[in-house]
Design a protein around this ligand. Structure first.
Ligand code: FES
Ligand SMILES: [Fe+2]
Length: 428
């Protein structure tokens, strides 16, 4: 369990909060590149860390992320006309560039210099891979661009999606580092999902429901090792890296693409579950890409025209009680992503962690919370740059491996836990 004040500290990310200031030290995924597909395309609403923003791509291809409301009388610039290197408010024609600078106030004489004094808050927005990344922190602390392997491999090797999750970021992220639930909640999907099935490792997952968790610190966060029994006294290890504050990577299965998530706060009651799938050394097959687009694996089917899942809280996630009874899905909800999201949303917008009863399989979660709290306080009180800001911390990989019983997982897999271009993932 967690004290209520600590729960508040970890879950609130609006401006001026300790966790909000922590998040503002990182590049965060905000849009898929497909959402701003061409120069002068329509602007897009972005809500991030409880700030309302507008993203747009100007005539010269520059990306901008500016505060949503016009400096004149606060019209939403989502209605703006994206034209000739700026976004023009349709109410009285004030126009802004990607830096938030006001370029024109048509009702005032140009020589008055009035518009030069008007500037909206703006943040850098950059394209790395097929994802647009924003940095909302102090300009003097802006880190170099992200180096996550899923956005650094060639485009044909990677696929990203995002889905709205209607709960706080932390309980969503905690699902990403809790690999003990896989045996239960996702057991049937391991056998049927095209992006999971067929791996030898799945058998160990299903045959040992009492994994032993060991957690090791690493520079960017944690390595969470789940140990299950394999044959001949050996152990099957699944190693999940968690890089602060919200990057997780699921251990691989066979030669399937490797996948994982970013859990980015929209506000305190909602987050984006960014879901990536990539193969370090080969192109995704047409069948794999199709499965991802169809919402299999960790991806979802959407409500038309949105990034909200088709199965959502308004329709009880399309739960199928007959499938639950028959065991074709363990919870009755279809698909790995919505199996997770349905249960995490059922905890309430912000789960009351003072009422939990944690057990040994929750060790990764307990230590991650402790590190988050420590980093947020060190930043607030001493200005210490948090782990995970340094791009060197991004070059991590998840691992699955069968090891002799005497091996310590972090040492035995030291090389395999580093992302190296052109080297295949270590997987069982
Ligand atoms: S409110 Fe935007 S120009 Fe008047
Ligand atoms: Fe899950």
């Amino acid at each position: 369990m967690l004290r209520q004040d600590v729960n508040e500290l970890l879950t609130r990310t609006g401006p001026g909060t300790p966790m909000g200031d922590l998040f503002r030290r990182y590049w965060m995924p905000v849009l898929l590149a497909e959402e701003l597909p061409e120069n002068d395309c329509p602007p897009v609403r972005v809500r991030l860390l409880s700030e309302d923003l507008i993203a747009f791509r100007d005539t010269g291809g520059r990306y901008g992320l500016i505060e949503e409301f016009c400096a004149h009388r606060r019209v939403s610039l989502w209605f703006g006309r994206n034209e000739e290197h700026g976004l023009r408010c349709p109410y009285h024609g004030w126009k802004y560039d990607v830096t938030g600078q006001c370029l024109e106030v048509p009702s005032e004489p140009a020589e008055s210099g009035f518009c030069a004094k008007i500037k909206l808050t703006a943040y850098p927005l950059i394209k790395v891979g097929e994802v647009l990344w924003a940095y909302l922190g102090p300009p003097e602390h802006q880190p170099p661009p992200p180096e996550w392997e899923f956005v650094r491999v060639p485009a044909e090797q990677t696929f990203s999606s995002k889905r709205l999750q209607e709960c706080n970021w932390l309980q969503a992220m905690e699902g990403g580092i809790d690999s003990s639930h896989v045996t239960w909640l996702h057991g049937s999907s391991l056998k049927s999902d095209p992006l999971f099935k067929g791996a030898k490792g799945n058998r160990y997952n299903m045959s040992d429901a009492q994994p032993v968790f060991e957690v090791a610190e690493c520079d960017g966060g944690l390595l969470i090792g789940a140990r299950r029994n394999a044959e001949d006294g050996k152990y099957y290890w699944r190693i999940t890296p968690w890089v602060m504050p919200c990057f997780t990577m699921i251990p691989p299965r066979g030669d399937h693409p490797v996948h994982g998530h970013f859990w980015t706060p929209i506000d305190d009651g909602n987050c984006w579950a960014w879901s990536y799938d990539y193969h370090p050394v080969r192109a995704l097959t047409a069948a794999e890409r199709q499965a991802m687009e169809d919402g299999q694996g960790i991806h979802v089917k959407y409500s038309p025209g949105t990034y909200r899942p088709l199965a959502n809280r308004d329709n009880d996630y399309l739960i199928d009680r007959a499938a639950q009874k028959a065991g074709t899905t363990y919870s009755g909800v279809e698909g790995i992503a919505m199996q997770d999201a349905s249960l995490q949303e059922s905890m309430g917008r912000i789960v009351d962690r003072s009422k939990e009863n944690l057990v040994s399989t929750d060790n990764g979660i307990i230590i991650a919370r402790r590190r988050l709290r420590k980093a947020a306080l060190a930043l607030r009180d001493e200005g210490v740059t948090p782990p995970g800001v340094d791009p060197a911390h991004h070059r991590v990989r998840s691992v699955s491996a069968v090891l002799p019983p005497e091996d310590e997982f972090k040492e035995a897999c030291r090389e395999e836990l580093i992302a190296r271009p052109g080297v295949a993932q270590a997987s069982v």
